[in-house]
Design a protein around this ligand. Structure first.
Ligand SMILES: O=P(O)(O)OC[C@H]1O[C@](O)(CO)[C@@H](O)[C@@H]1O
Length: 386
């Protein structure tokens, strides 16, 4: 981490965080309410949350909130949602939403994912069929490893939270603002890959395809897929979503089913493990992760963080000067680390001065949040110290 860290992004830091809290969250509440015949108690709780999240203050959580106490709840209670770290407020929103719909129970709605209809619609979409059909002639269009890496990277653009509230922005200008992929492949020579997943559906499918390919080709011996322990940021993948994606693959026609079988048998014999660590839904940067998770990442040949939120948590949700080296902001990480991310928030590191100037000249600040640009960043030398 650089000696003088950049300012932490708050809900009041610029128009983008503010719009997520003031507009996106209310839109998500409405979408969820429309997707289920929730009863009066849940409707009432959703109404209360709608009001609280825009005009109220952070409140204590019902039930056992000890985890959230450790994550700063007592210090933020009573403050406006806009005046605390944005990462914290957003994460707290999803915890509150799940409380409102009875996800944590007890009761009949316990464990019912309020985002499942959106995730399933995406998994069943014809675009998913088309993407899977493309596997049939993967070898005939250049390097299959590279194609699957890019599939996993650009799969991150399909983010439901992003699309539920923002009209899709015409033709995207697909471009990498940083590409360290040449440093990534040499790290994959038979060890364990940790992949910290982001979204379900059309992002998780290519993530799984990449893992299957790396296992099949022996580039890795084992993979650990980190998912969320509960529904989060609308489309984030849970264990149930992994199973849905796997079923989608095994029942697909053509080559896709072969990838599905690889993954199925790898799960069954332990070469592919799924983890749902509580810290995966923590409102904190990964630099504050607990020792067991740190040890797990330390023992991996490479840990890949997928997506925008995980990037924010990896480098710190701060307004870094864009040319701050990625290696510097991840120097505390306990092993080699990579980020595959499309840009959907203000946080950015590791750009060359030329790239930053070109992006600013062409698009002002829009390139940071529009989801039209992407990066592959690698720090092969992150600290081995635990
Ligand atoms: O699915 P991703 O790539 O993590 O993106 C989700 C992003 O959407 C937001 O919730 C709002 O933009 C960001 O906070 C977050 O970084």
């Amino acid at each position: 981490m650089p000696d003088s860290a950049a300012p932490v992004i708050l809900g009041t830091t610029g128009p983008f965080p503010r719009s997520v809290l003031a507009e996106r969250h209310p839109a998500i509440i409405r979408q969820v309410r429309d997707a289920f015949p929730y009863g009066p108690a849940q409707q009432h709780a959703l109404d209360a949350l709608l009001h609280n999240c825009t005009e109220g203050v952070i409140e204590p959580l019902p039930g056992d909130a000890s985890g959230w106490r450790d994550w700063g709840l007592d210090g933020y209670a009573g403050r406006s949602w806009f005046d605390v770290p944005w990462l914290w407020s957003e994460s707290y929103f999803y915890r509150r939403l799940l409380d409102a719909v009875g996800y944590f129970g007890p009761g009949p709605w316990q464990g019912i994912d309020p985002f499942r209809p959106f995730k399933l619609a995406e998994l069943d979409a014809k675009e998913t069929d088309e993407e899977l059909a493309a596997l049939d002639d993967l070898g005939s269009h250049g390097d299959p490893d590279r194609a699957l890496l890019h599939g996993s990277l650009w799969g991150n653009r399909a983010d439901l939270g992003f699309r539920l509230s923002a009209a899709e922005s015409g033709e995207a200008v697909a471009a990498l603002v940083a590409d360290d992929s040449a440093a990534l492949w040499p790290l994959l020579h038979g060890g364990t890959l940790c992949l910290v997943a982001d979204n379900a559906g059309r992002e998780l499918v290519p993530d799984l395809l990449l893992i299957a390919r790396l296992l099949d080709t022996g580039r890795i011996a084992r993979a650990v897929l980190h998912v969320k322990p509960y529904p989060y940021y609308v489309s984030d993948a849970t264990t149930a979503d992994v199973l849905d994606a796997l079923r989608r693959l095994t029942t697909a026609p053509g080559a896709a089913a072969g990838y599905g079988r690889t993954l199925w048998s790898a799960m069954a014999d332990g070469r592919l493990a799924v983890r749902a660590h509580p810290f995966s839904c923590a409102p904190l940067p990964y630099s504050e992760m607990p020792g067991d998770l740190r040890a797990e990442f330390a023992s991996a040949a490479l840990t890949i963080f997928k997506g925008d939120l995980n990037y924010r948590r990896l480098v710190g949700d701060r307004l870094w000067p864009p040319t701050t080296p990625f290696a510097e902001v991840t120097d505390w990480f306990p092993g080699p680390v990579a980020a595959l991310r499309t840009l959907k928030s203000d946080v950015i590191t590791g750009l060359s001065a030329d790239t930053e100037a070109t992006l600013d000249a062409a698009e002002a600040e829009r390139w940071r949040t529009a989801g039209t640009h992407a990066l592959i960043q690698v720090n092969p030398h992150a600290s081995a110290a635990t």
